[in-house]
Design a binder for this molecule. Structure first.
Ligand code: 13P
Length: 262
């Protein structure tokens, strides 16, 4: 059985000093917890801002791989005249293993398009052995199910269009993050989440194949996840993990969220 995946997205919330301290505090608690629960611990990834990636990587090293580091974004090309962008190769050098791709905040504020997202997925999966966490989800006005199905299908199909033909044997994480549930304290219901997850699984299976989807794809949930509600999504087998914003910012709170899964 696949282990669950819990990803902390710190967004642009923590300074270098705070990131370092919180990662270190969290790493210490997880290391202690692992003495009792090592086999059951989920995969854990922390995604700090670019400026804190190296420091967070150093802070979690003592966990011996229990806690990994991810980036909140990355450019698709490895090198060149791309002012302000970060390279998948440079991020790999810093110890980054996961990349969040197409978060709704980037689609909304930075104009990230389907085409850009597709280039990133292609680059990370096929060329740079980085694990993409592709974020999909509908806005409030698309909530009626017909529109929702259309929005999510388009987001997934455009993102995976270039890997469809070659299907590299590399993991791909899809995070269902309904935009209206992000940062609102109002998560999707477990039932609704289950419905969307089966839609996502159906799309992946029909374009990548059932066996490939079962082996390489993992569907997680994000949007107002906390220690109080995470079991509704993860332990009940609805999602294979979670993408956590606000509740991952304090080391103790994030630790309790992980602890509540065991
Ligand atoms: P919240 O957990 O704060 O709702 O954020 C979710 C999110 O956007 C994670 O990527």
């Amino acid at each position: 059985m696949k282990k669950n995946l819990i990803v902390a997205n710190w967004k642009m919330n923590l300074s270098l000093k705070d990131s370092k301290n919180r990662a270190r505090e969290f790493a210490t608690s997880i290391t202690q917890l692992s003495e009792r629960f090592k086999k059951n611990l989920p995969h854990i990834v922390i995604c700090p801002s670019f400026s804190a990636l190296s420091a967070v990587h150093t802070s979690v090293r003592a966990t011996r791989g229990l806690v990994k580091v991810g980036s909140q974004d990355c450019f698709w090309d490895p090198q060149g005249a791309f002012t302000g962008e970060e390279s998948p190769v440079f991020l790999r050098e810093l110890g980054v293993e996961y990349i969040i791709v197409g978060h709704s905040e980037r689609r909304m504020y930075l104009g990230e398009t389907h085409d850009m997202i597709e280039k990133k997925i292609h680059s990370f999966v096929k060329e740079h052995t980085l694990i993409p966490i592709l974020c999909v989800g509908e806005k409030k006005e698309d909530r009626a199910s017909a529109k929702r199905t259309q929005v999510i299908s388009r987001q997934i199909l455009s993102a995976i269009s270039s890997i469809r033909k070659h299907k590299p044997a590399r993991p791909l994480v899809i995070a269902y993050e309904p935009v209206w549930a992000i940062g609102t304290g109002n998560p999707c219901t477990a039932r609704d989440c289950a419905r969307v997850n089966s839609l996502i699984k159906k799309i992946l299976s029909s374009y990548l194949g059932t066996a490939y989807t079962a082996e390489w794809c993992r569907i997680i949930y994000g949007g107002s996840v906390s220690a109080k509600n995470i079991r509704d999504f993860v332990v009940e087998g609805i999602s294979e993990g979670a993408l956590v914003g606000g509740a991952s910012l304090q080391a103790r709170e994030f630790f309790h969220l992980i602890r509540s899964l065991l």
